[in-house]
Design a protein around this ligand. Structure first.
Ligand SMILES: NC(=O)c1ccc[n+]([C@@H]2O[C@H](COP(=O)([O-])OP(=O)(O)OC[C@H]3O[C@@H](n4cnc5c(N)ncnc54)[C@H](O)[C@@H]3O)[C@@H](O)[C@H]2O)c1
Length: 439
């Protein structure tokens, strides 16, 4: 089988590389010529663990190709995946579908023989209908089936997630398309990943409902964390206590600075808009988005509180800038509004991140970027753990304290145990736990 994948971002590149690993002949297409040039040279345009090796192996085996020539890639394909971006539309928060529709038009013009066109991008209910309409308008003679196949992989664990998904959702009523999709995903199906077939609109909604539910879980535990701080309880134990209940589940119950990233923020807002447009408002999701929005700046106030209610003229060192570990993705990272708020309050900011600093420098040019955690801590009045990278879990605490002007740590990810930090002479504050102070 031959497939084309349009868009070589986090989803398109990982999906294309994984399908080629299954033995499918894959051509990855992007209209960003610089990105394709790097991929052809074997350089990865994104940071994703294991991706470089996977791409190199399959490209060398002749199963994985990169091009800017969409027409040729589509003409020779049995199936074409659309994996372009669907960011928030400026102004109203609806999903911006212009990239999807442009891709649909370009694909339509190039179709040759029966082709399954699959939307892997996260798109609002009804987008598949519009993609099909565009294709039929552009090419009334096209033999095509338009399928929804949303992707659930997580950045930082994308290859593992793609190869071992909890489920594969396929939205189509076309029996030929179903056959092609079943064939494509057969290696995963054999690994016991359930295939869930539905109509196209249902598949589209499953993706948004899943992301909104996970965002709700995070926001719920974040508010419980705030209450824990007020009443003297420990959110880690509350999360464990409720997470052990199988009906609730332990995942996505880690209190922190609020969710960010390339998906949850835009997908919750897009779902809210869909609900409003159909007179079926999603009040819970509306609240989740609003609560999460205010939380990130609130983290700056938390830092100020730990420093006697002001950060003016003080140096704040941030460890971690990306929205989660193991990615270089800075989209909607909580660090951005946090740093902006710290600047508004008159602080100086230093930062270190293992993979995100190149992107961060474009967004936050005034930050003093450092080469490692200890250089970052140099002269700091407070050190803030913003992203829970592995390398921040076992820091040399004595070295860190010696580098700092004041031994104050605000751990927005609850990486450390309060007792341990006090033992090393720190004033330590986590999220939703009792505040511990030096004896
Ligand atoms: N990033 C994630 O973790 C994740 C997870 C699940 C689903 N999704 C969804 O998958 C989609 C893609 O997300 P992403 O993070 O991979 O995006 P991305 O921005 O990293 O990549 C999109 C790519 O598409 C290319 N592109 C845009 N229009 C094109 C066109 N007409 N022809 C060829 N290439 C074109 C861009 O140049 C870019 O390289 C989004 O809808 C997103 O919501 C993302």
């Amino acid at each position: 089988m031959r497939i084309a994948v349009i868009g070589t971002g986090y989803v398109g590149l990982v999906s294309g590389a994984c399908f080629s690993e299954f033995g499918v002949n894959v051509t990855c297409v992007d209209n960003d010529a610089a990105k394709i040039a790097r991929l052809v040279k074997g350089e990865m345009p994104i940071y994703e663990p294991g991706l470089g090796q996977l791409v190199a192996t399959n490209a060398a085996a002749g199963r994985l190709h990169f091009t800017t020539d969409l027409a040729t890639a589509v003409a020779g394909a049995d199936a074409v995946f659309i994996a372009v971006g669907t960011p928030s539309r400026r102004g109203d928060g609806h999903a911006d579908l212009s990239y999807v529709y442009t891709a649909a038009r370009e694909i339509a013009a190039a179709l040759d023989g029966f082709t399954v066109v699959i939307t892997k991008s996260t798109v609002p209910v009804g987008t598949g209908d519009e993609v099909e309409r565009i294709i039929r308008e552009t090419r009334p003679d096209a033999k095509v089936a338009v399928v929804s196949n949303p992707e659930f992989l997580r950045e930082g664990a994308a290859i593992q997630d793609f190869k071992h998904p909890d489920r594969i959702v396929v939205g189509t009523n076309d029996p030929r398309a179903k056959e092609v999709m079943t064939e494509l995903y057969r290696p995963l199906y054999l690994n016991a990943a359930p295939m869930l077939y539905s109509d196209r609109r249902t598949a589209e909604l499953i993706k948004y409902a899943a992301n909104a539910f996970l965002a709700t879980k995070i926001t719920f535990i974040n508010e419980i964390a705030d209450l824990c701080e007020k009443v003297g309880a420990d959110v880690q134990q509350v999360a464990r206590g409720i997470g052990l209940d199988n009906r609730i589940g332990a995942k996505f119950l880690h209190a922190g600075p609020g969710f960010g990233g390339s998906c949850f923020p835009k997908d919750t807002v897009a779902l809210i808009k869909t609900g409003q447009d159909h007179a079926a408002p999603l009040r819970i999701v509306e609240t989740v988005a609003a609560v999460n929005d205010t939380r990130k700046r609130a983290m700056a106030r938390k830092i100020a509180n730990a420093l006697g209610n002001t950060v003016r003229g003080k140096t704040i060192a941030l460890l971690g800038l990306t929205f989660k570990p193991n990615t270089d993705d800075m989209r909607e990272a909580p660090s951005i509004p946090l740093i902006t708020a710290l600047y508004d309050m008159g602080a100086k900011v230093r930062a270190y991140d293992p993979a995100g600093m190149a992107h961060a420098k474009e967004l936050l040019p005034d930050v003093a970027y450092c080469d490692d955690p200890y250089a970052c801590a140099e002269g700091a009045d407070a050190l803030v753990i913003v992203t829970e990278w592995e390398q921040f879990r076992a820091l040399d605490l004595d070295r860190l304290r010696r580098a700092m002007t004041r031994p104050v740590i605000i751990d927005l990810r609850n990486v450390y145990r309060p007792e341990e930090m006090v033992k090393h002479g720190f004033i330590y504050e986590g999220i939703g736990r009792l505040v511990t102070v030096q004896d």
